[in-house]
Design a protein around this ligand. Structure first.
Ligand SMILES: Nc1ncnc2c1ncn2[C@@H]1O[C@H](COP(=O)(O)OP(=O)(O)OP(=O)(O)O)[C@@H](O)[C@H]1O
Ligand SMILES: [Mg+2]
Length: 473
């Protein structure tokens, strides 16, 4: 990277044209010459011209400077007359042609960078004959030299001195400007350097930021991935937990029901046997009151049959199977469920069965479908506080079996209806319900490729509609 040098270092290399605009300086020099009537040129310290000559006389321009020796002498004279002098202008006869010349140096700090030279005039003291000797010395055409010498501007030495004084002031001003310009240039360089340094710093900071950002977004991605894995795991966990609760519930219910069924089955067999025995006995030996005996026998028969039905229903409910290809008789399942809920239904609820007049079969899991209808019917029973009605409709529609269970209970509020199938959603008091009934029913119906829908009006009642694909025969 570039470095800003000290002013002394800068001074070592600086040149006049580094600090001034040539065009502007040329204009200044031209106008000075035309205002004062003297010739003028600005040269390097060694006499080499920087500007174009202004107002040069023919003698100097076209004759003396056109000869090799003349030109060399001119440069030499310019370097001497323009030498550094801080106390005032230098004026003396030109060391080449001998005309009156003057000069002032232009410096920056202590370093001279240019000479501003004026002259090419004759004064009252100028000796033309002496100057003519110079034509020979440099090998110029004498006649031409003489004619040109005559054309040279004449002014008093005093006037020329005044012009040289004002030149000195001008040159000093230019020196000061040169110094200011150098400092400006150095400040500009310093600023550029500072900007460069800051840019490098900034680029490094941006690079670091980009790297940090990349790192962050990489970590973010990892967190995101882990988060979604965690979410999935949590979902799986919830589902497993749900299934676990349900299978626990089912298992204990199954144990209970099959135990009860077994226990009841034995005495039922006794009863059945005793009933047949009694029937045979009365057939063989007769009775005193045939009618009453018949009535009593009939009622024993009805009781035994009803108890057998209940036992059969309980066995169906607790069947342990996970297959989905059993033939499920919808009406039979519904009736079993009603038998199981008989105790809850019989006092205050009328059950209206509006079954399709043919048997309806779906392919699935008998035990699980029992579970669905027991859940829905229990909810309907729970919703009826005093007296009410549960209407069960079954029908066949375009290859589907439709079961509607309608109650005229308390209904479900619009804000709750969309949540009823969510696991653990319940409006029952703590301890009364798990809130799993409908979420499990929903999963079972989905498993059976069916749909379950709810319609409800608060204080009017609820309709649960289940649609299942009919079993292909
Ligand atoms: N027929 C209905 N009438 C009124 N509300 C109902 C009916 N069916 C369901 N709900 C509402 O849906 C909620 C969820 O029912 P779900 O069967 O899933 O759980 P639960 O009945 O509260 O508890 P559980 O079934 O474990 O006893 C009920 O708490 C109730 O608010
Ligand atoms: Mg329920």
């Amino acid at each position: 990277m570039k470095k800003v040098a000290s002013i002394d270092k800068e001074l070592e290399h600086v040149e006049f044209l580094d600090l001034f605009d040539l065009e502007m300086i040329q204009k200044l020099q031209d106008s000075f010459s035309s205002a004062t009537g003297v010739a003028s040129i600005i040269t390097k310290p060694d006499g080499t011209p920087i500007t174009k000559p202004s107002n040069f006389c023919r003698l100097c321009k076209d004759i003396i400077r056109k000869t090799e020796i003349g030109l060399k002498n001119c440069y030499y004279s310019d370097s001497i007359i323009g030498r550094q002098n801080t106390s005032g202008p230098i004026f003396q006869n030109c060391l080449s042609g001998g005309l009156l010349d003057g000069g002032a140096s232009i410096s920056v700090g202590n370093k001279q960078i240019a000479n501003w030279l004026i002259g090419q005039v004759k004064s009252e003291d100028t000796d033309d004959d002496e100057i003519m000797l110079y034509a020979d010395e440099i090998g110029a055409d004498k006649d031409e030299f003489k004619t040109a010498l005559k054309e040279v501007n004449t002014m008093s030495a005093h006037q020329f001195e005044n012009i040289a004084d004002s030149l000195f002031i001008f040159a000093n001003q230019l020196s000061e400007k040169a110094y200011d310009n150098l400092q400006l240039q150095m400040n500009k360089n310093k600023l550029e350097l500072l900007v460069q340094e800051k840019t490098v710093d900034l680029e490094a900071a941006i690079e670091q930021l980009r790297a940090t950002n990349e790192d962050l977004s990489f970590k973010n991605n990892i967190i995101h991935e882990q988060n979604s894995k965690l979410k999935k795991a949590l979902k799986r966990l919830k589902e497993t937990q749900k299934q676990l609760i349900q299978s626990e519930k089912m298992a204990s219910l199954g144990v209970l029901t099959s135990g009860i069924a077994h226990e009841i089955n034995n005495p039922l067999n006794f009863l059945q046997g005793a009933y047949i025995g009694l029937e045979n006995y009365f057939e063989e030996y007769g009775s005193q009151d045939q009618n009453t005996t018949q009535l009593l026998l009939e009622s024993i028969k009805t009781g035994v049959e009803r108890a057998s039905k209940i036992v059969k229903g309980l066995n169906q409910f607790s069947r342990e199977s996970s297959t989905l290809d059993e033939e499920c008789n919808v009406h039979l399942i519904l009736d079993n469920c009603l038998i199981m809920l008989y105790n809850q239904l019989r006092y205050n609820i009328v059950v209206l069965k509006d079954y399709c007049n043919e048997n309806l079969f779906v392919k699935g899991n008998v035990g699980k479908l029992h579970q669905v209808f027991v859940n829905i019917l229990s909810n309907a029973v729970y919703s009826i506080k005093d007296e009410g009605e549960i209407h069960i409709i079954t029908k066949k529609e375009k290859g589907n079996i439709i079961i509607e269970i309608i109650d005229n209970g308390m209904g479900i509020s619009p804000q709750n209806i969309s949540h009823v199938t969510e696991p653990f959603f319940t409006t029952k008091p703590p301890g009364d319900g798990t809130g799993l009934g409908l979420s499990i029913s929903y999963s079972i119906i989905k498993e059976h490729h069916g749909i379950i829908e709810f319609e409800s009006v608060i204080d009017k009642g609820t309709k649960v509609m289940i649609m299942l694909p009919e079993q292909e025969s």
